[in-house]
Design a protein around this ligand. Structure first.
Ligand code: PMP
Length: 430
């Protein structure tokens, strides 16, 4: 793989930007400088072409530079942009769509990133309940802000203790964040018991995709719903990844469990920047966008035409074409193909996933939570992905990261990928 131009440009990037990248998780070898994206493919500065399963960590559900979405954005920008006053026809149309599709969404507010959405959700829950504590789960990611940037991808010896994700975070900021184990209702019940009357909310990725794909066991999400009800705490589903990717109504529409608040982003707008917080009217009306509301909600770029037009277009495509049928079918084809390869080659693995999301953990049992994932062979996981990258298959070469199939992927893409996987694994087994 020729990387001359990539290397040259990356050296240039480092002159102006710490580490050369604009978000921590992008500083990974090899340092690629991307120049073009089209459909299922992305291209780097040396014109290497990669079949993309990274999907920018999830937004691309229809494929890169989707012509219909781009056209809708361009058309919107020919006429409108941002006002800092009142609202826009685009915001109204998008809000109507979100409220129609997402079970928990009586009302919705738009912001620009998933982190903003989860921040607002927690602030609202604290205001509504007049309680301080929140529960999150080890391994779940809810954005970079201090209340939740704790116990994410913890080192294995840090599990079971408070593990702030960043220097500069105040101990006080995470004092009220309690950490539980995914799929362990007993653990959650104990926290509710121990901190009776103090827990404002429980925030959860209903499927913790930030550590690949761990599915909630039967009854787990239902049990959380009951515990939150019993303790007058708000249940927040962070559907920034799962929302729109697994179902137009979010994973809640599949699980049949309705949270009080939902955060959305990523696949909602096929790569354009927009996120949302949605929820029950009695809670959402506390935001001060509503006269008399006392919970601050603001943002200069909230509701910008770029994100709103893109989200409307993306949802329209999902409403009219069999997007989820297609990506679910290809997801199943990929997972069963990988399972067959592993079986043929005698590779110990657990091939995980749901719908369009898949990953192979190199371990010999099904992980139920983050702690189980210490049995995954991290080095093999990363080397395998690096070798696939060299073959033009883009799965980000980092431990525990998941892959995404989009509407533009074809049966041929899956077959091509499976052949590449097999040849890489044969090579690695030697
Ligand atoms: N919640 C979840 C579940 C996420 O995966 C992410 C981003 N990976 C966020 C929140 C934060 O979103 P953003 O990066 O847009 O701030």
């Amino acid at each position: 793989m020729k990387l001359e131009q990539n290397d040259r440009l990356f050296d240039e990037a480092k002159k102006y930007t710490p580490g050369g990248v604009h978000t921590s998780i992008r500083n990974v070898n090899p340092h690629l400088v991307f120049t073009k994206a089209e459909g299922a493919y992305v291209y780097d500065a040396d014109d290497n072409r990669y079949l993309d399963y990274q999907a920018a960590f999830g937004p691309f559900i229809l494929g890169h530079n989707h012509p219909y979405v781009n056209e809708k954005v361009k058309t919107a920008l020919d006429r409108t942009d941002l006002y800092g006053f009142g609202t826009t026809d685009l915001e109204i149309e998008l809000a109507r769509k979100v409220c129609r599709h997402v079970p928990s969404a009586d009302k919705v507010l738009f912001c620009n990133s998933g982190s903003e959405a989860t921040y607002h959700a927690i602030r609202l829950a604290r205001a509504v309940t007049s309680k301080k504590k929140i529960i999150k789960f080890q391994g779940c990611y809810h954005g970079w802000h201090d209340y939740v940037a704790v116990n994410m991808l913890s080192a294995w010896d840090k599990i079971g203790q408070k593990d702030p994700g960043s220097a500069g975070m105040l101990e006080e900021a995470i004092e009220h964040t309690l950490i539980c184990t995914f799929n362990d209702l007993e653990d959650v019940a104990q926290q509710f018991q121990k901190y009776k009357g103090e827990i404002a909310a429980l925030i959860i990725e209903p499927i913790p995709h930030n550590i690949g794909c761990i599915l909630p066991e039967k009854g787990f999400l239902e049990g959380l719903r009951i515990l939150c009800n019993e303790n007058d705490s708000l249940l927040i589903f962070d559907e920034v990844i799962t929302g729109f990717r697994h179902h137009i109504g979010g994973y809640q529409a599949i699980a049949g469990v309705t949270p009080d608040l939902t955060t959305l982003g990523k696949a909602m707008a096929n790569g354009y920047p927009i996120a949302a917080i949605a929820g029950k009217d009695k809670y959402m009306s506390r935001f001060n966008t509503n006269p008399g509301g006392d919970v601050w909600f603001a943002g200069t770029y909230n509701g910008h035409a770029v994100g709103t037009a893109a989200a409307i277009a993306t949802i329209e495509v999902m409403e009219t074409l069999p997007v989820h049928d297609h990506i679910f079918r290809l997801g199943e084809k990929m997972r069963s193909g990988i399972r067959d390869i592993h079986e043929r080659l005698g590779i110990s693995s657990f091939v995980a996933g749901i719908g369009s999301v898949f990953t192979s953990y190199f371990m010999d049992f099904e992980a139920k939570n983050y702690t189980d994932l210490q049995h995954n062979d991290a080095d093999f996981y990363v080397q395998y992905r690096l070798k696939l990258l060299e073959k033009g298959i883009f799965k980000v070469p980092m431990n525990l990261k998941r892959n995404h199939i989009s509407f533009v992927h074809t049966d041929q893409d899956i077959e091509y990928t499976l052949a590449a996987i097999e040849s890489v694994l044969i090579e690695m087994r030697k």
